[in-house]
Design a protein around this ligand. Structure first.
Ligand SMILES: CSC[C@H]1O[C@H](OP(=O)(O)O)[C@H](O)[C@@H]1O
Length: 353
């Protein structure tokens, strides 16, 4: 059994697993330019908040390595332009901006162009390595609260391929498989991009975790009929009060959890918090192409001229969240106070886009 990963950096080359081709085609793509990284993010070849941040960091470092500027000030001007370019790829996952901002701040310390190039790559590699360590810790903390359960539901893919490794919401299932702790995971297919049916089912099968696929509309009945004991989901941006943005459909599951009196957990690393935002109403929600909804692949389902609303995320208010599982521990209400105490002030100074 293996825990799949989607981002590889070796011999100075960035390679990603093309998540748009999963589960039937395992295609690895070398990304050699910042434009290729931008395309991979916006087209969801690379997706998942932490994976987006890691890949964008490598993209900025790769782009900078190809700048021709000889003077430091010219290099830094071009670097800022490329930062703005990459930051425009997707608006909701704060990890994108957190990672880019972290590289930009580090590069300010450089005294020469060559030093700046080295710093950017070293920081991208550090972010990549840290995320794997953070996700393993998230898995361990999640096991401490899910360990007595067997039937757990999740949505989208907050898995190993959405991060450096292990994932966030799926981390306890992967770690559980390693130690013989069995879960039965009910995975919502997660229309319209099908991250659940295409990615979560495939990923958990690689790890030997029992997983049953349901349509998003089956969630309430499944909780009732199959005795789902808890729900766990990832996040793309968490505000200072704990309101959490995640894949569209997550809010519905949180409301169902409250109605059925089962716990609802958000699992995310500290890099997913945006303490510049007081609450979830300020989180930008990405709206994607209508074709994702009117078509299945190239086959049109809805009639020509159908009006479409396609928000890729929704925001779960903190009162629906039992706990937020991070690499630094599990944060419980009072979220405003406990997020600040757990994550410290340094997170709050970082960018909010
Ligand atoms: C581990 S964070 C994964 C998070 O990102 C996903 O969004 P997308 O597939 O559009 O990148 C989804 O919201 C997941 O929960």
């Amino acid at each position: 059994m293996t825990i799949p990963v989607s981002i590889l950096w070796n011999q100075d080359q960035l390679t990603i697993l093309n998540q748009q081709k999963l589960p039937h085609v395992i295609e690895y793509i070398h990304l050699d330019t910042i434009e290729a990284v931008f395309d991979a993010i916006i087209s969801l070849k690379v997706r998942g908040a932490p994976a987006i941040g890691i890949t964008a960091a490598y993209g900025l470092a790769i782009g900078a390595s190809q700048f021709s500027a000889e003077k430091l000030e010219d290099f830094q001007q071009e670097l800022h332009e490329q930062y703005i370019y990459l930051a425009g790829s997707r608006p909701t996952a704060v990890n994108l901006f957190w990672a880019l901002e972290r590289l930009m701040k580090k590069a300010e310390t450089a005294k020469t162009v060559e030093e700046a190039k080295a710093i950017l790559l070293a920081e991208a590699i550090a972010i990549h390595k840290e995320d794997e360590e953070h996700c393993r810790k998230i898995g361990e903390y999640a096991l401490s609260v899910l360990g007595d359960y067997r039937n757990v539901m999740t949505i989208c893919n907050a898995g190993s391929i959405a991060t450096a490794k292990y994932g966030t919401a799926l981390a306890p299932f992967h770690l559980g498989a390693e130690i013989g702790k069995e879960f039965h995971v009910y995975a919502c297919e997660t229309r319209p991009v099908f991250q659940g049916s295409r990615l979560t089912v495939w990923e958990l099968q690689q790890s030997g975790v029992e997983v049953t696929l349901i349509t998003d509309g089956m969630a309430a009945h499944t909780i009732q009929a199959k005795g789902v004991q808890a729900i766990i989901a990832g996040a793309d941006r968490i505000a200072a009060n704990g309101d959490s943005a995640n894949k569209i459909g997550t809010l519905g599951l949180a409301i169902l959890a409250k109605a059925f009196k089962i716990p609802f957990y958000i699992a995310a690393p500290s890099s997913t918090f945006d303490l510049n935002l007081a609450d979830g109403t300020q989180i930008p929600i990405e709206e994607r192409d209508e074709k994702e909804i009117t078509h299945i692949g190239e086959s049109r389902i809805a009639p020509e001229g159908t009006l479409v609303y396609n928000p890729a995320f929704d925001v779960t208010p903190n009162e629906y969240i039992t706990g937020i599982i991070t690499e630094k521990g599990i944060i419980y209400p009072d979220y405003q106070k406990n997020i600040h105490n757990t994550l410290g002030e340094q997170i709050g100074e970082e960018v909010s886009q």
